[in-house]
Write a protein that binds this ligand. Structure first.
Ligand code: ADP
Ligand code: 5GP
Length: 208
């Protein structure tokens, strides 16, 4: 069985990563979300084990020391990390995995997974980004300023990504994301090695 593919989605806070990931996961089968670990407090409506694994700073440090993270980063004075064993075991089962992580995390993932598919979400404008962050109502004014300031430096990393999707219209951006995942599944290597095509590659060669 072919290993699953690793899809990484990044973009500034408030651009729409969470909502787009949810829509993608609802509409495409065979891909699942990697629930990250974080030291930040849950927002209203967030559930432990579904949105994040909410853990203490001590527990996070313990996990770093134990090498339990595939990647991790300090962001907005909190820590965020991707559990190594969960991701690796699901990839080995042939499942595609979606990570919503920041640009530092994406760079760390690219080292062991040079074939990971990196997707950057772009806001249609600064004003739209600010309006979305404000509209979400989860950040106090100082945290909102910090996230907007960070957005500028994060955007510079877009050149390191394989795909860029502008999240202007939600439905159109969802279609773009789906297209990327579905196109990856049609790669020759994935079709021939993945067992989804009934003939073996040797069959074609022997008919020549
Ligand atoms: P992120 O996970 O990138 O921080 P969210 O998915 O939480 O961002 O989105 C931030 C806010 O913007 C949410 O309230 C969401 O509903 C809204 N939003 C996301 N995409 C769009 C869009 N294309 N048009 C209008 N509002 C959007
Ligand atoms: P939020 O606090 O808004 O949920 O997320 C803040 C930032 O942390 C976002 O850019 C998000 O992509 C990033 N993030 C979430 N989980 C992880 C993770 O496991 N690793 C890294 N490196 N970044 C993460």
């Amino acid at each position: 069985m072919k290993r699953g593919d690793l899809f990484v989605i990044s973009g500034p806070s408030g651009v729409g990563k969470t909502i787009l990931c949810r829509r993608l996961l609802k509409q495409v089968s065979g891909i699942s979300f990697s629930v990250s670990y974080t030291t930040r407090v849950p927002r209203k409506g967030e559930t432990d084990g579904i949105d994040y694994h909410f853990i203490t700073r001590d527990k996070f440090k313990e996990m770093v020391t134990a090498g339990a993270f595939l990647e991790w980063a300090g962001i907005y004075e909190e820590s965020y990390g991707t559990g190594r064993s969960e991701v690796l075991s699901r990839l080995d089962l042939g499942e595609d995995i979606l990570l919503d992580i920041d640009v530092h995390g994406a760079r760390q993932v690219r080292r062991p997974f040079p074939e990971a598919i990196l997707i950057f979400l772009l806001p249609p404008s600064w004003s739209a980004l600010e309006a979305r962050l404000k509209g979400r109502g989860t950040e106090d004014p100082s945290k909102l300023r910090l996230r907007m300031a960070n957005a500028r430096s994060e955007l510079e990393a877009v050149h390191e990504y394989d795909f860029a999707v502008i999240n202007d219209d939600l439905s159109r951006a969802t279609e773009d994301l789906k297209s990327i995942v579905l196109a990856q599944r049609c790669r020759t290597s994935r079709v021939l090695e993945g067992g989804s095509w009934p003939l073996a590659y040797n069959d074609i060669k022997s008919k020549k």
